[in-house]
Design a protein around this ligand. Structure first.
Ligand SMILES: C[S@@+](CC[C@H](N)C(=O)[O-])C[C@H]1O[C@@H](n2cnc3c(N)ncnc32)[C@H](O)[C@@H]1O
Length: 415
């Protein structure tokens, strides 16, 4: 058993802890944007393959006090790197720092690299070389206050890069964030799932993967630990084979999406096909206003445009001249305008979302993710739960709306 750290996004620590517990991790400790735990090689491999909300699974190997670059170099030179790698291996260093002075991450990486090279040269005259793209050992340096922790990155690059997304429009959600939000919502794959503003299809694909029991790492080309000298191929193949045998091949729920933008629908369909999920997810080009549920109950998850500068993305295909010629409805037009900024238009879009939900989605639970708190007020429904998360640098609210049938009162806003 050894110590491991799984990193994640702010707000997903508890969900990630649960995921790790289910895999058999021990001594789980929730940190800020990370979860510390103990496990063996099998658990480390499984955490990489199965944890939907983890960014990286790190294996710490050295922690020391550090206050400046001279100390950093000295401390790093004292580490027995030769026990970790040989002069024929390649490595790369990625640094993260919240240290007041020692905060230039490229410089930190450079100093650690120098220490490794100098130590090897002094001992054997030969040194391992840097390979940023495909290193045998990806080293993660985390400097916080006066403490530096060096870890092996067993993931070899962030796990949110699942491998299925080959086309994106607008502002696609980080895949681990999308999966985390679905898990936070409590949806477990037993009711219909809808994303009527699906963009490149992230919620839909993550929902289908969850419902079908497809591990989050199934489509990845590989993981960092597979390049390590002590990689246990037989163990890994066993884990993979068991994971594959647990994948369902049918679903008795519907997973449906839509988007007003033709470009988004195209991108979503490309990604869905790339993930081999076209049998389970349908996406249509339509305005949210025309999107209707296909049953009495289900989960609706929406990541609408945030409006103005909050949408850190170029205009999607919705505002192309050909689309305008097609004669957009007022809501479609507002959707377009919402992309290009005016505050009142984004407010109207959110108002229409609330009205449409009230009118047509009774019996459903809806979660909306937005960074635009002013616009969110226009939804006009009372949210029964609000969770703060970050979508990249944007502070967002993930809000739950329960649309009960026959109790109109409960759906009215209280604030
Ligand atoms: C923030 S993006 C969603 C990104 C998506 N979650 C993803 O991961 O790719 C918002 C999407 O809402 C769509 N949209 C805007 N107004 C709409 C409307 N009235 N009806 C349907 N879709 C709309 C946009 O075309 C855009 O793709």
């Amino acid at each position: 058993m050894f110590r491991l750290v799984a990193t994640t996004f702010s707000g997903a620590e508890e969900v990630l802890s649960k995921e790790l517990k289910a895999l058999g991790a021990g001594e789980i400790k929730t940190l800020s944007r990370a979860v510390e735990f103990t496990g063996n090689t099998e658990i480390m491999y499984k955490a990489n393959l199965f944890c939907r909300t983890a960014f990286r699974i790190l294996k710490p190997f050295s922690t020391f006090k550090v206050n400046d670059e001279i100390e950093l170099y000295k401390q790093c030179k004292e580490i027995s790197w030769e026990e970790l790698m040989t002069a024929d291996d390649t490595f790369a260093i990625e640094a993260v720092s919240s240290h007041e002075k020692l905060n230039h991450t490229l410089y930190i990486a450079q100093k650690i690299k120098d220490a490794i090279a100098d130590r090897f040269r002094a001992k054997s005259g030969k040194r391992p070389s840097v390979d940023l793209a495909n290193p045998r050992y990806a080293i993660h340096a985390y400097v916080e206050k006066d403490k530096c922790t060096l870890s092996l990155d067993s993931s070899g690059g962030s796990l949110h890069k699942r491998g299925y997304r080959i086309s994106a429009t607008g502002a696609p959600l980080n895949e681990a964030l999308a999966a985390g939000l679905i898990l936070l919502s409590g949806w477990e794959g037993s009711t219909n799932f809808y994303d009527p503003m699906c963009g490149s299809g992230t919620f839909l694909i993550e929902a289908a993967m969850l419902a079908l029991n497809i591990p989050s790492g199934m489509y990845r080309k590989g993981f960092g630990f597979q390049r390590w000298r002590n990689f246990e191929e037989e163990l890994w193949n066993g884990i993979l084979a068991k994971a594959k045998s647990g994948i369902k091949n049918s679903l008795d729920i519907k997973i449906c999406g839509a988007d007003i933008s033709e470009g988004s629908v195209r991108a979503a369909n490309i990604n869905i096909k790339n993930a081999g999920l076209e049998k389970f997810i349908s996406v249509e080009k339509k305005s949210f206003n025309d999107f209707m549920p296909q049953g009495e109950s289900g989960m609706v998850m929406i990541n609408p445009p945030y409006g103005g500068r909050l949408d850190a993305s170029p205009l999607p295909a919705t505002s192309t001249p050909s689309h305008r010629q097609a004669g957009p409805t007022p809501l479609q037009r507002r959707g377009e305008l919402a992309m290009s900024s005016p505050r009142e238009d984004i407010g109207l879009l959110y108002k229409e979302i609330g009205n449409h939900l009230k009118k047509n989605f009774t019996g459903h639970v809806t979660w909306i993710l937005t960074a635009n708190r002013e616009a969110a007020k226009q939804i006009g429904l009372h949210s029964s739960k609000k969770i703060q998360v970050y979508n990249g640098p944007l502070e967002c609210r993930f809000m739950k709306f329960e649309l009960y049938s026959g109790s109109k009162k409960r759906n009215e806003p209280t604030e």
